[in-house]
Ligand binder design. Sequence first.
Ligand SMILES: *[C@@H]1O[C@H](CO)[C@@H](O)[C@H](O)[C@H]1NC(C)=O
Ligand SMILES: *[C@@H]1O[C@H](CO)[C@@H](O)[C@H](O)[C@H]1NC(C)=O
Ligand SMILES: *[C@@H]1O[C@H](CO)[C@@H](O)[C@H](O)[C@H]1NC(C)=O
Ligand SMILES: *[C@@H]1O[C@H](CO)[C@@H](O)[C@H](O)[C@H]1NC(C)=O
Ligand SMILES: *[C@@H]1O[C@H](CO)[C@@H](O)[C@H](O)[C@H]1NC(C)=O
Length: 485
Amino acid sequence: MKTDIPYNQLVDAEGRRQESCRRAQLASKCLIALACVACVLLAAMTLYNILTLPTSSYHHHPASITSRLQEKVESCSDPCKIVLVESIPEGLEFNSSTTNPSIFQAWINLMSEARSSVDIASFYWTLTNEDTGTQEPTASQGEEVLKRLAELSGKLNVRIAVDTQEGKPQADLKLLNDSGADVRTVNMRALTSGVLHTKFWLIDKKHIYIGSANMDWRSLTQVKELGAVVYNCSCLASDLEKIFEAYWFVGKTESIPSPWPSSFSTLYNKDTPLQLPLNSTPSSVYLSSSPPSFCADGRTQDLQSILSVMEDAEKFIYIAVMNYLPTTEFSHPKRYWADIDTQLRRSAYEKKVHVRLLISCWQHSPPVMLPFLKSLASVHDFRNNLDIQVRLFMVPADPSQKEIPFARVNHNKYMVTDKVAYIGTSNWSGDYFLSTAGSALVVNQTGSRSPDPTVQSQLKAVFERDWHSAYSTPITHSSNLKHFC
Ligand SMILES: *[C@@H]1O[C@H](CO)[C@@H](O)[C@H](O)[C@H]1NC(C)=O
Ligand SMILES: *[C@@H]1O[C@H](CO)[C@@H](O)[C@H](O)[C@H]1NC(C)=O
Ligand SMILES: *[C@@H]1O[C@H](CO)[C@@H](O)[C@H](O)[C@H]1NC(C)=O
Ligand SMILES: *[C@@H]1O[C@H](CO)[C@@H](O)[C@H](O)[C@H]1NC(C)=O
Ligand SMILES: *[C@@H]1O[C@H](CO)[C@@H](O)[C@H](O)[C@H]1NC(C)=O
């Protein structure tokens, strides 16, 4: 991270620079003479080099600098193809033509593409009815995923990083381990007092999935999820690999290196994103990560990526997340944590950006979320051009769906602005940026002249479909939400 230079040091440096300029003026004649001598010498030396050295002068650089330079100039020419994918809970219907392929189908496709390796970062595993003590026919997709993955575990190099979860079902992990997968638990509680909440797949170091879905059968048929799959994109996949390797590393060492070895460093971040073609559209892309202690040199922290995407917005910021709280949820004592909240109010006030938050409402929603959402929603006044709006999204359940524990909820974790798409894995409260492991994909296709829809426009269509659907309800300062969720 860049350290700020104190103001007085800046003045000091400026003063000294002016002093040396004056001296330089006095000595300018002398310098011109010196420069001429130097030019002659340089020319002679260059000639000498050319005559005597057959190899490139790059060899005079230290090896590490040379390879960094070379890595940087190489542009990515992979034919990367990105697809937004969703899980729509059984029975949900939208009056909209916006549809995306299912996460289930994406996972099946990824497994059928796999030739050498599958790496999965995960929170917990409950892919079968047995794990959840249910008898739901809609668990069959999860069961299919587990079956295919177990088959692959016997043939390919399958690695699974999972949070150490006391009390969570272990049957899937045992099956995968017994089938030949390498399963490693990451004790985030001991490392950072958080959890490993990341959810992504890496296939053959070439294809990736990242998004909100857990390795849970309900995430395929009973919970609303959103993610992205990127096919044929080893440039991006090898950067995600570094985040996976970090989980794999701490799963073994049980301590967080500081600093991280340079093999975990990245060149791609919010300031120098990876330039690549996505669906033939020139794009800037990077992956952010949390918590900060897991970010090796060069990696943008997840919170910084969210704040910078918001700062960059000029017209609108649409956010769909399950939980939104300007506090921490799990720390003791509880803390107020308003970095994101402040940025939203600032964008609405200073830049007249239209802000929409689509937040989930279910029986497990933290009650304290509502007063804070009402507070945000009250920043709405036409005369002053203030426009923050909040809606609650509720997934209805029939009597038998109501029996399924921890289901029937919108679990999305994304943001779309007039410029950029941000697809994450974290709830939006303090803990997820301070202590919990999560990651996000940021796609910037501003300036694209391609006729194909951008990721930003596709994600905006998803947001608008949900925002205008019968499942969302506006909340205002005066809403009575006592028994709402
Ligand atoms: C994982 O499988 C190996 C054999 O490949 C076995 O020795 C080990 O006990 C298994 N671990 C668990 C947690 O089941
Ligand atoms: C990935 O590239 C291969 C080889 O060029 C191609 O056959 C395949 O269809 C591509 N996959 C996708 C999803 O575009
Ligand atoms: C997106 O790309 C444009 C053009 O390169 C750049 O000006 C802008 O800062 C980028 N936005 C973000 C959030 O990275
Ligand atoms: C998001 O927050 C909720 C409520 O605190 C929590 O139950 C849930 O586990 C979090 N998300 C996931 C996928 O765990
Ligand atoms: C779809 O449109 C019909 C008729 O306009 C309406 O009755 C229904 O509630 C809408 N459903 C959703 C899910 O928006």
